[in-house]
Design a protein around this ligand. Structure first.
Ligand SMILES: [Zn+2]
Length: 132
């Protein structure tokens, strides 16, 4: 039961793309940090919910995947600049790797990441897709 609760909290956090914000200087962080590198001891850190929207800062098309991602080849992994200011790395789903460009607008989607074993645990997490 404890594990279920912990798992759910984890999902909530991933689904909502929760990072943190320093109220002192306004910097946002993803993943969240316990203190602000600029304000240090003056940091005032609070949870911060990102909109899940941003743009592609840079990306790579991956042609030699691990076994885990074999069904997805080729796929795009991008560094995404969130509208609020933090960067994160994510797979871009539902796109033709040939058409992805730097600066493309993207939005977060909630997807199955992997299933462990045939009847095993399915993990969910955030990915991004191109915004229309
Ligand atoms: Zn700060």
């Amino acid at each position: 039961m404890k594990d279920i609760v912990r798992g759910w909290r984890h999902i909530q956090q991933r689904y909502n793309l929760i990072g943190s914000k320093c109220l002192q200087c306004g910097n946002v962080f993803f993943p969240s940090r316990v203190s602000c590198p600029e304000c240090r001891r003056k940091s005032k850190i609070e949870n911060f919910k990102f909109s899940g929207e941003g743009k592609i800062h840079t990306f790579s098309v991956i042609h030699t995947p691990t076994d885990e991602f074999k069904t997805l080849t080729p796929y795009v992994v991008a560094i995404i600049e969130l509208d609020e200011g933090a960067n994160l790395t994510s797979q871009i789903v539902d796109c033709d790797p040939e058409t992805v460009k730097i600066g493309d607008k993207v939005e977060m989607v909630f997807r199955k990441i992997k299933a462990e074993g045939e009847d095993g645990v399915i993990s969910y997490g955030y990915k991004f897709k191109l915004k229309n």
